[in-house]
Write a protein that binds this ligand. Structure first.
Ligand code: ZN
Length: 126
């Protein structure tokens, strides 16, 4: 447990990929920054009218290979009733629930400028 992180921030610290800026921050500080950003994106996505849809990736032929992954999925992020996703990522292989949570937060972060940030976002569910 890293002190000063919320449970959601700690989750992303523990489970997500991260980056850091050598010479400007330590690896651990970059990992914390990445965790905080993903937790914020997740909070904004939850507070906004978004939904995620997971479907088998039609292009994931390698999932049929006996030596390949067991599942290959596509994740789409929708805003409101719009049938066109605002973000998507394919070839998410063998995704665990934790990995799916990370992917969803990463998608939300990629388009956070398109998500309405509610005034009370700080008080939203972690
Ligand atoms: Zn795949």
């Amino acid at each position: 447990m890293t002190s000063d992180l919320s449970p959601a921030e700690q989750f992303f610290f523990d489970n997500a990929e991260y980056s850091w800026r050598p010479g400007k921050e330590t690896e651990d500080a970059g990992r914390m920054r990445s965790g905080i950003m993903l937790a914020f994106a997740e909070t904004v996505a939850k507070a906004a009218d978004t939904r995620f849809m997971w479907v088998p990736d039609r292009n994931g032929e390698h999932a049929k290979d006996p030596d390949g992954p067991k599942t290959c999925e596509l994740c789409c992020l929708y805003l409101g009733d719009d049938p066109i996703p605002i973000a998507s990522i394919g070839c998410v292989d063998d995704a665990t629930p934790e990995y799916k949570r990370v992917i969803e937060a990463e998608l939300a972060l990629a388009v956070i400028d398109k998500l309405p940030v509610p005034f009370n976002v700080v008080e939203a569910e972690p």
